[in-house]
Design a protein around this ligand. Structure first.
Ligand code: NCD
Length: 309
């Protein structure tokens, strides 16, 4: 049987195309299961997973929790505001205390880039990165690529543009790694101030004109402006951003082809995307959410299976 090559899922950078395809094949089975009247399988019975979230989250946290329930895992949830970290405890101590209660796997979201790598070096449990600051968000990239594969048949050879706040987006970096490993061409598009200078070294195309980017692509992944991470002003106003980079029906209609529209959520309707486009038949935004549960089930299943080897 094929095996996942890593003990943890810390970032897409560390995994191979074979790993990604293994996740997809496993997710295909789980997607069938979660669409049955009885959605639960015993695959992770007796496995205990802690979801520890030091940053706000709605869909990622719920998606992981649902995936765990569907696999019959036992779960404990903890969020930063209610934790002892505010009493001065270190991250390692917090997590080791949780592990002392016999936890097998940790799903962690943390504002510091590299927090999951750090934890993986210092504690025994298997770690899944649910977003570490502006660094990586591997399960989002897996569900995004899975959704492209589902919609267009494959990822290989497809042209994907990621539009918006590339500098502050962990979704962008993980998507770039994932799509390239699967043989897609990737472009980033946005204002100069929101595209990091080193981005060309990752082998992506850079375009500042949204219409040119849309004309080039098969898929447009629209990102939210991460205002909570911006300590200085990167552009004059949200209104100006929308005028230059917002996706609306007029822009879509001006293309001589149909493209697939994606968004990791949360959407800021009327800023990076209009409601008309977000809710249109071109959009696979809710498919992404559904596929999130199946791909996260696949990841946890593959990691847990590997542990018993
Ligand atoms: C993203 C995140 O948290 O990085 N959302 C998500 O996980 N669904 C993107 C965002 O916050 O804009």
């Amino acid at each position: 049987m094929k095996q996942f090559s890593q003990r943890h899922l810390l970032g897409i950078k560390d995994i191979t195309a074979d790993d990604i395809n293994l996740v997809f094949e496993t997710a295909d089975n789980f997607k069938q299961i979660i669409n049955r009247p009885i959605k639960k399988v015993p695959s992770l019975r007796d496995i205990t997973i802690a979801n520890i979230f030091f940053e706000n989250s709605t869909r990622t946290r719920i998606s992981f929790e649902l995936a765990q329930k569907r696999l019959s895992a036992d779960t404990v949830n903890f969020s930063a505001s209610s934790s002892s970290l505010s009493k001065g405890e270190t991250l390692i101590d917090t997590v080791n205390n949780i592990l002392a209660m016999k936890v097998d796997m940790v799903v962690m979201r943390h504002p510091a880039p590299g927090a999951c790598q750090f934890l993986a070096r210092h504690i025994k449990a298997q770690i899944i990165n649910a977003g570490d600051g502006t660094h990586e968000h591997p399960t989002q990239a897996l569900l995004d690529a899975y959704s492209i594969r589902e919609k267009l048949g494959s990822v290989k050879g497809k042209k994907v543009v990621i539009v918006g706040d590339i500098t502050h987006s962990r979704v962008a970096l993980s998507n770039i790694f994932c799509l390239q490993k699967l043989g897609a061409e990737v472009m980033v598009c946005g204002p100069t101030t929101l595209i990091p200078k080193h981005i060309l070294s990752l082998g992506v195309k850079v375009e500042h004109n949204l219409m040119k980017a849309l004309q080039w692509c098969d898929v447009a992944n629209m990102l939210r402006i991460q205002l909570e991470r911006q300590d200085i002003k990167y552009f004059p106003s949200l209104r100006e951003y929308t005028m230059l980079y917002g996706l609306n029906k007029t822009r879509l209609d001006a293309l001589d082809k149909e493209i697939v529209i994606m968004h990791p959520g949360p959407i800021n309707r009327g800023v990076e995307i209009t409601s008309e486009v977000a809710d249109s038949r071109h959009s696979i935004i809710l498919d992404q959410v559904e596929n999130g549960v199946a791909t996260r089930m696949a990841i946890m299943y593959l990691l847990a299976g590997q542990k018993s080897q």
